[in-house]
Design a protein. Structure first.
Length: 222
């Protein structure tokens, strides 16, 4: 375990050097598919990997300069939030459970409440994630999504059935959620990259199961 930690820290040092960010100011929460988004007010004195105060946290926001948020993903949706007016950033982990809990909406509402952000100013970038082409689920998961999002006008395009399997467009759901809370459609930027389709270049839990590594999504303030 100690050797593994040393490898992780060494990789972060390489990332920090390449991206020209402060290695000691990196925060990596321990994610457990919650809808919890926390505000960060203190710049760490040393790198924080799974600190207790960010245990079971799936989103971080701050308006402090020189803080870097690093979250891990392996098919889940990375939502990068940025308010260029209030200088607020957010890094949000929205897997299918987080999407059901509308964590993206929760994060934006927290930016509005904590920093007086105007949602019209907020930009969201959607990173590589499993897309509808590969997000195949059974009826139990389909029913959860249909119950939560049946009010969407195009729900039958978002959730489609082929044989006994269902395919869900969680990216489109997140776009709808963000627009509900006030983001402009043109301010939601989609990478359009599928982790499963590109599993030769990035990690995918759907492909590699328990052997899957994690993609790192990083956002920082300057």
């Amino acid at each position: 375990m100690e050797n593994r930690k040393e490898v992780v820290l060494d990789n972060y040092k390489k990332l920090a050097t390449t991206l020209e960010i402060n290695y000691n100011h990196i925060i990596r929460p321990y994610q457990t598919h919650t809808n919890i988004v926390k505000r960060v007010d203190e710049i760490p004195s040393k790198i924080q990997i799974f600190p207790k105060e960010y245990w079971e946290v799936d989103g971080l926001i701050t308006d402090k300069k020189d803080i870097t948020f690093s979250l891990g993903y392996a098919d889940c949706i990375p939502l990068f939030l940025y308010d260029p007016v209030k200088k607020v950033i957010g890094n949000i982990h929205s897997g299918w459970k987080g999407t059901l809990q509308k964590i993206g909406k929760i994060a934006v509402l927290k930016m509005i409440e904590e920093y007086n952000s105007n949602p019209n100013d907020i930009i969201c970038a959607i990173g590589p994630t499993i897309r509808k082409c590969h997000f195949e689920v059974k009826s139990d998961v389909q029913e959860l999504f249909y119950k939560e999002f049946s009010y969407l006008s195009n729900i039958n395009d978002i959730i489609t059935k082929e044989s006994e399997k269902y395919y869900i467009d969680t990216v489109l759901i997140n776009k709808k959620i963000l627009q509900e809370v006030g983001l402009k459609k043109e301010n939601i930027i989609d990478s359009k990259i599928c982790t499963v389709c590109n599993s030769n270049m990035m990690h995918s839990y759907r492909v590699d199961k328990e052997l899957a590594g994690r993609n790192t999504a990083i956002i920082t303030t300057k």
